[in-house]
Design a protein around this ligand. Sequence first.
Ligand code: SAM
Length: 300
Amino acid sequence: MFNNSNHAYIKDGWFREINDKSFPGQAFTMAVDSILYQAQSEFQDILIFRNKVYGTVLVLDGIIQCTEFDEFAYQEMITHIAMFAHSNPKRVLIIGGGDGGVLREVAKHSCVKQITMVEIDASVIELSRKFLPTLSDGAFEDERLDLKLCDGFKFLQDIGDSGLQNRYDVIVTDSSDPEGPAEAFFQERYFQLLKNALNPNGVVIMQSSENIWLNLNYLRDLKNTAKKVFPNTEYCYTMVPTYTSGQLGLIVCSNNASLSLANPQRVISEQEQEQLKYYNPQIHSSAFVLPTWADMIINK
Ligand code: SAM
């Protein structure tokens, strides 16, 4: 049953994701069965509602972050492409990721000894644990987790100043889109900070917030920005129906120029594969293959 709401993103019982800056002239809309939560945190507007098809939906500043129905397509790909592109990841850093989905996926790797997660907004964690418990699925209790509630950009800057020797094997930037507290993550300085926080064979991956259908030139520019910093930079993607146009780009980079990011560097065990619904070694490699017109712009 729809709760009558004055919420800016809901009209006549329909949530509308309208983003005039990145995606002018089109919108994604979903019927709102009931609103579970709505309020402004210190950092962003938080809305959580129910929809018949997608289940519980988390929205930050009007942008869909995840839905129960399709979240695994995002969490598994952004996590396991980076985790399997590394031969033995022990120390993993997650920037953002307050819903806990990437943490859940990283925790599936028994080779991992330490997981640091840096989330700016404690209320996203708290609300996701309450309304979307399958996202983290208990991973916030994992004893390998060191949870820090602060700005991820600042956290990386502080690593630079600390002279820390033991850095990260994999860094996943699971942030919200550039409009809002994650703005700094889509700029050259951020890639420099990531590079500095990585071990020599380390791998970083970030969500690009864009797709090949509506913002191909932006993706080319973002990849070129990463390329100024990392000798090894690739674009790959996943398919998530509730992200704009159903396709979302991921930028993956390493300091090791000869590492083949498109190929898993270790064999996935039967036991590991049984826990996954989207990722497998074949989709890892095929996620780097683009349709011709997009390949011409992004990779040439
Ligand atoms: N999968 C999602 C997507 O691409 O739409 C992202 C999910 S996750 C909920 C994004 C998280 O990034 C949010 O919880 C947000 O609070 C966090 N975040 C945004 N800016 C941040 C910053 N500067 N430092 C740390 N976390 C940040």
